[in-house]
Design a binder for this molecule. Sequence first.
Ligand code: FES
Length: 376
Amino acid sequence: MRSLLRSVVAGPRWPSSLGALWSQRARLSTHSQPEGFVGSASSNSKHLILSSGIDRWPSKVEDTNAYIGSLSSQLNLLKIKFSCSDARPAASPTSTAPPAEPAYALTLYPDQIYFPSVAQSQIPLLLQRLESGNPVQGLDEVSQRGKSIDLYVCTHGERDCRCGDLGRPLFTKLKQATATRADIRVFQISHIGGHKYAGNVIAFPSGDWYGNLTSEKADELLASLDSGRELWSHWRGRLGLSKEQQIELLRQSSDSSSAPSSSQEAQDAGSTDSIQVTFATGGKDKVFSVPLGMSLMEFAKSKEIPSIEGACGGNLECATCHVIVDPSFVSKIPPPSDSEEDMLEYAVGRAENSRLSCQIKANKDIDGIVFHVPSM
Ligand code: FES
């Protein structure tokens, strides 16, 4: 079986001259965060969060109990990030979960797939599900995609008191500020990495990591989420991107924030490290600057372009990354492989110029390209 979990984001080319690096560092310093802060988000492409129902975990969360310890070590082998949240599991186990053994609810991000009850004996099924990228018989799951923004605040004070001291007041403030909202959910989470950057928050489905937050910053964070923008001044990075790609994204944000305002998402198509890409969807053009080398499917997912799900993670097993290339750019992209052709048979709304965006990486030849996104 092909592994769903192999890396699908190739590293982009970075400025090689000292001058370019110096200019990049100067731009980053405008955000006043310590060395190593930007780029410190996990590069794993998936994060599985177990609803433990408790808000205090041992120093090492895998010591909580045998279920969590076993699952944690197996996910580690698959390079899936694992954490526990204080969320309570679903009220009643499903018919497929034997009641006599431990069972937990889990959520897979950034896909927002909820597994309401996974019994200990079903862990192999769960791992099969994660590796294949497809539902498996005997394991219930529900898509929660698009239903809410989920915020996870690290309050794990047993390992390092900073997350407990700063994270808990931050969690309380966020929870209070969103008490009447159904579109934002706030949870406590066990260790996520980088206690020295407390208070830490992960936002899904974007997968953005934020740090050095205090309770006074809660409203600012919520305002940025409401506006659909990242809070760049506290941005550590984004799940699934390499350290270099996270740094490049912040560099682009610095460029675009100093550009004249526009309805376009990005203005820095002239950057030597990125290209301009337009996703035409629902009668609206969204223009972005995409780092060189990045999969267009991964980028589209990070921006929540409708209809681009990339369910198989780029393994040519789903066709949910289908796009139609504008005719003026068809000749600039190498023809599809036999495997891509086969999978295109399953693409909804297939057209003459249909392609799978997971098979296209940003490169200079397609600078300015337009992708039409079929509605599902
Ligand atoms: S992401 Fe599944 S085929 Fe492209």
